[in-house]
Design a protein around this ligand. Sequence first.
Ligand code: FEO
Length: 396
Amino acid sequence: MKPVEIAKGIYSVGVADFNIRDFHGYSTEAGTTYNAFLIVDEKVVLIDTVKKEFADELLANISEIIDPKKIDIVISNHTEMDHSGALPRIMHYIGEDKPLYCSRMGKKNLSAHFSQSWNLHPVKDGEELSLGSRTLMFMETRMLHWPDSMFTYVKEDEILFSSDAFGQHYAGYELYDDVLGDAAMFQAKKYFANILMLYAPQVLKLVEKVSDMGLSFKMICPDHGVFWRTGIGSIIDAYVRWSSHETGKRAVVIYDTMWKSTRKMAEAIADGISETGAAVSVIHIRSSHRSEIMTAVLDSKAVIIGSPTLNNCIFPTVADVLTYMKGLRPKNRIGAAFGSYGWSGEAVKQMSGELSSMGMELLDEGLKIQYVPDSDAIASCREYGRKIGEAVCDRK
Ligand code: FEO
């Protein structure tokens, strides 16, 4: 992708990774970008780099604007290798002694990732750096989503370079949220659900802090996806809503099945939920990626998990989803478990235990049906769905 001037003297110089479909286990059906930014002032600054394999493309983009050797300062907002992988190539090219600004934890993490003895300048929260006509302010954003994460704010232009926060895995020629349209918010939601949900308390504190500081934004530029310029209020409101674990009157039924008995239960439970007026979606685990499942969980008040019992245990694909979900820490949800079994039927109890350990409100011990559900069993599944749906409609 060619570099673009996004404000006077400020350029997007990052790269698009159109073909990536698996980003360390996250399904990236629309690819992603590794955004980097060049500010040309009395001092020339590069904010963030890209994945290692795109280092030459980044240098070529910078070269269209200025000789990269004229870069005076590099800023690393985040050490994860999709943003730091090209640092060795860039620093070698522009001069290993050029100052590399990062957070205090960034210094530690960069040293742990790279063997080079760079001229690291750790900055404090709120520290400022004059570039000539512009002033940068650094904001530590620990655990959003790594200990080293920080934002860089250009005071005069009111542009926030927000690292992974507000990002979306999307690669395309649409540079701004209003150009991309609804996909920007959808991809931002998926990103939040799979990367940031467990850090919801830190998100809420950060939004409060920024509000107290009275900062205003003309643009928020994350390190992935499009830049927010018209939907800034919408994306901040969405982050507050998602971090507050607010959901609609919606349930998601997530299941796997061996001989379609648990599937029949799943669909009958969903029928019952739907009868109460609650919205419901049904997801077959082996037909969906776990990152899509978590996006549905983000929106859902009730999470209903179905598994057959296999060898006295939860079916492995269902256990995978539960493990992933547990790490992302959804809160303020109703949980329920169900499944078909042959002779032992431990999976329902085990799943209920997992949902309970996530802090979900269990309505009961779950529903299990032996072998193939007959019409009475299907009726009991529908009744179970109605019970869940009513609970969803009752809760805030
Ligand atoms: Fe896009 Fe945490 O790296």
